[in-house]
Design a protein around this ligand. Structure first.
Ligand code: 6R9
Length: 596
């Protein structure tokens, strides 16, 4: 059982007796494992950073950044507390206050982490953007959130943001960090309101008192994609840290002497929740790798940094699997206590590979941007069922609920969904609210938020089965959203960008299975009169997609097809495109308008 233990003290969390752990759990007790602000309320940055200094662990290393230039940086909790205070002071100095949105756009460099936590100290709201996004996803997200501040590097600003300034009227301040930013101190501004952070740093003191923070105050906005429409900005509050901390203890088994490596980029929800907040609340040392995947280097990093707990993703594990044994030959991984995975289905083969090659079970975990924290997991001290996402975390009630063939959730007599209790029934994964890290809204989209719930239940949109022992098995997504290398990609966003090209009349975008990254983005494009399919146009459209959307989102492949299948109401039938592409049964075609 997860033990008592308060503050930053050691916790012996043993999930061996799962039923007892669940029975003993309550969210209010989990809240007591954290400190709360001395002046009242709860603030994520205080729980993650400052309280460790108060508890006498200021000298413990909070972050180790493994840098591309070989100049690694290590910051203690005391240093992190000071830097994040300075950042909060900078915001105050600029007149940026509680509730104002600060976006971050950079690779995994130290000052990005300062900006994230400093923003939370100032009670402003932070939204991470992925640095591999092109200008279009950046414009949309910053526009929806009415961002007042952007923290980015000079190179990313010049390449992706400068040209958008006219379309971002709310953006007043751009704070430059990372390579090339110090050189711009005192130099001519490279755009309106664009200042190197170092220039504003000079007048800060490093002492900043966090104001009382209502636990229900917004802290983070994580953008995610749906089947249709613009990206959705899931709003999370400061109280979410209770769930980050509890799951870090129960699922990742983090203790304050752990060295933890989460490979996710903080541009996505995993990299923020479990690359920064959750581990820091446990007082661990977080390793941040500034470089991209490389099998040999990754094994060396695990060895040299003495990583004890490692949280990564199926795509990365499949790449390691493909790389074979040679890259880890002679590598001492004896420090490694746990390996966990998230973001996509974890194939049983990968779990078996983990046992054979690195002698560790890989524990799958399931959660979403909207849930804010891990909801279903395979726990240390319990068996791993290869291919299963595991069982709900203590404090979370999960059910499999029925949808009718039209996709509507079936309502029971009480207006709520109908739980399917028989083992292995296929349905949608639903979670009973509330819990601290559940999103509180989609910014500016109350109707979309409302449709995510039915009565007391949050509807995940994922199709699952639960076996007779209560383990959940992922079956597929219930919508057309694509998961590529663990990143969610909205087909509508990709279609809209392609439609901006003068040759494109219509576009339908799907995910095509890929053995390594899960799915790759593929577009079907109908051309406007006067345009003919050609290799040159194909190349141009691929390049156009990349320049607007960025490499992480743009289609890898495009097929010209004039007669895209549509419903009677004129919507392109992505499902049919996918079925035809993959040679699958085409299903119910009764609403098809243009059979082809
Ligand atoms: C944390 C994160 C959420 C979607 C989710 C599901 C897929 C996540 C999974 C998994 C199978 C797992 N997903 N974990 N599918 N097995 N263990 O990834 O959040 O980017 O919002 O994606 O990812 O489809 O609905 P997010």
């Amino acid at each position: 059982m997860v033990a008592e233990g308060t503050g930053t003290g050691q916790v012996s969390s043993v999930m061996g007796d799962y039923a007892l752990a669940c029975a003993q759990f309550s969210w209010s007790t989990a809240g007591d494992w954290l400190d709360g602000l001395p002046q009242g309320g709860r603030n994520i940055a205080y729980e993650a950073v400052d309280r460790h200094v108060i508890h006498g662990r200021g000298d413990h290393v909070a972050f180790r950044f493994v840098a591309s230039d070989g100049l690694d940086v290590a910051w203690t909790y005391a240093e992190l507390a000071e830097r994040t205070s300075r950042f909060a002071e900078v915001l105050r100095e600029l007149g940026v206050g509680p509730g104002d949105l600060v976006c971050g756009l950079s690779g995994r460099i130290p000052d990005l982490y300062v900006a994230l936590l400093g923003t939370l100290k100032a009670r402003s709201v932070f939204s991470p953007l992925f640095s591999a996004f092109g200008p279009e996803p950046i414009r949309q997200r910053m526009g929806i959130g009415h961002a007042r501040v952007l923290v980015t590097t000079p190179a990313l600003y010049r390449k992706k943001v400068h040209g958008l300034r006219a379309e971002l009227p709310d953006l007043e301040h751009v704070l430059l960090i990372g390579p090339g930013s110090a050189e711009l101190v005192g130099a001519e501004r490279i755009g309106p309101g664009v200042v190197p952070l170092a220039e504003l740093w000079a007048t800060t003191t490093g002492a900043f008192e966090i104001e009382p923070t209502d636990p229900e105050e917004p802290a983070l906005i994580h953008f995610t994609s749906g089947t249709t429409g613009t990206p959705k900005g899931a709003v999370h509050v400061h109280d979410a840290v209770v769930a980050h901390h509890a799951t870090a203890r129960y699922v990742l088994d983090l203790r304050d002497d752990d060295i933890f490596w989460c490979t996710a980029d903080p541009g996505w929800v995993t990299g923020t929740s479990y690359g920064v907040i959750a581990p820091l609340t446990c007082g661990v040392t977080c390793v941040v790798d500034e470089l991209e995947f490389d099998a040999r280097r990754w094994y060396r990093l695990l060895e040299q940094e003495h990583v004890t707990v490692w949280y990564t993703a199926p795509t990365a594990l499949r790449m390691l699997m493909r790389a074979g044994s040679a890259p880890h030959e002679g590598c001492d991984l004896s420090a490694l206590r746990h390996v966990a995975s998230v973001g996509e289905p974890l194939n049983p083969e990968v779990v078996h590979w983990g046992l054979q090659e690195i002698d560790r079970p890989i524990r799958d975990t399931w959660w979403q941007t909207e849930t804010g924290a891990i909801m279903v997991a395979n726990y240390h001290g319990t068996e791993v069922r290869p291919g299963s996402m595991g069982r709900p975390v203590p404090g979370i009630e999960a059910a499999v609920v029925a949808r009718d063939p039209q996709g509507e959730v079936l309502r029971g007599p009480d207006g709520g969904p109908i739980p399917l209790d028989e083992p292995d029934a296929l349905g949608e994964l639903a979670l009973r609210r509330p819990w601290p890290s559940l999103m509180r809204s989609y910014i500016g989209a109350p109707e979309r938020y409302a449709t995510a719930f039915l009565g007391d239940w949050y509807l995940s949109g994922d199709l699952v089965r639960r076996d007779a022992d209560g383990w959940f098995w992922f079956v597929g997504r219930g919508d057309d959203v694509i998961k590529s290398a663990g990143h969610l990609i909205g087909p509508f966003e990709v279609e809209s960008a392609l439609l901006e090209h003068p040759a494109v009349a219509e576009a339908g975008v799907i995910g095509v299975p890929d053995p390594i990254v899960g799915e790759v983005v593929k577009a079907f494009v109908a051309l406007k009169p006067g345009f003919e399919p050609s290799d040159a146009l194909h190349r141009e459209l691929i390049g156009f997609g990349r320049s607007r959307l960025g490499n992480a989102v743009a289609p890898r492949d495009i097929t010209f097809q004039q007669d895209l299948p549509k419903t009677r109401s004129g919507k392109i039938m992505r499902r049919l495109l996918r079925a035809r592409e993959l040679g699958l049964p085409e299903g119910d075609l009764s609403t098809l308008e243009v059979p082809s």
